[in-house]
Design a protein around this ligand. Structure first.
Ligand code: PXL
Length: 274
């Protein structure tokens, strides 16, 4: 079936993250991809200096109202980086009004990494992101985001009981699927913990030393594409992990490409895995 998905996040013109990653990946996965840009930045905020920023919050209601008039609705909604509490409120309204019956809301609460909240966010934003994750059918936090969303202390070293505790506090009910990324139990390896129908499964893969910008967006986009094409959450999580690892590996050793990862040459691999 030909499905139409909406994705809401910013456009960072340069930097291979958010919409410049989500649109091509979702399209490559065979989905009609509708975008709602929440802001336009000249680059992402992870290393370039002095980027421009235009907030598009005030355009979001008008766009959604026009879609309502045209009876445009969606088979799924995937949200990434959002810039303010007001944008979260608008996303919640769009999810309530423009999703078809049973269509999933997939939320990547992109707001933190390596134990730290990104500098533009505060406790108020975290509290409101929790409102959004509570409404979602599927959430894809990394461990840092899971800690902020639950109030559980961030640990560098942990065992499975810590991961279970995070997931217990994150999942609002048995229907919600939690994809917890960056779960590492041993040196050189990382992986993803997938909670669905009360069952926790773990997929371990290679850890490539350097943390790379935009990989969370690449992962969430590939997961969403595979899931919307009918793969189970676990299988979609595995496909997205294998794809993301290939993208990072294909970027390693190129110091000029510090700002993102080369996800485009691996799209053929992703399509083949679908
Ligand atoms: O990849 C997440 C992201 C998206 N958009 C903007 C960002 C970041 C991460 O820092 O700065 C503008």
């Amino acid at each position: 079936m030909y499905k139409r998905i909406l994705t809401i996040q910013d456009i960072s013109c340069v930097g291979q993250c958010s919409l410049t990653v989500a649109l091509p990946i979702l399209s490559a996965c065979g989905l009609e991809t509708v975008i709602l840009p929440s802001a336009i930045l000249s680059t992402h905020t992870g290393g370039f200096k002095g980027c421009t920023f235009r907030d598009l919050t005030d355009d979001m209601d008008g766009i959604a109202e026009h879609w309502a008039k045209e009876n445009i609705s969606f088979d799924g909604l995937y949200t990434g980086y959002l810039g303010s509490v007001s944008q979260i409120d608008k996303v919640l309204h769009i999810a309530d009004t423009r999703l078809k019956d049973g269509a999933p809301l997939i939320v990547d609460p992109a707001m933190a990494d390596n134990g730290k909240l990104y500098s533009i966010f505060d406790d108020e934003f975290v509290k409101n992101m929790r409102r959004l994750t509570d409404k979602a059918d599927i959430i894809l936090p990394n461990i840092t985001e899971a800690c902020f969303l639950t109030g559980i202390e961030f640990l560098e070293n942990y065992d499975e009981s810590y991961i279970k505790k995070l997931i217990d506090k994150l999942a609002v009910n048995d229907r919600q699927i939690v994809i917890l990324t960056g779960v590492s139990y041993r040196e050189g390896k990382t992986g993803v913990a997938v909670y669905q129908n009360g069952t926790l499964r773990y997929y371990e893969h290679e850890k490539i030393a350097k943390g790379s910008h935009g990989t969370g967006d690449i992962y969430a986009s590939a997961f969403t594409g595979a899931y919307m094409q009918g793969h189970t959450a676990y299988d979609a999580a595995v496909i997205a992990a294998d794809y993301t690892v290939r993208c990072i590996r294909g970027t390693q050793g190129d110091p000029e490409h510090w700002y993102g990862v080369k996800f485009e040459p691996q799209l053929k691999y992703l399509i083949e895995r679908l």
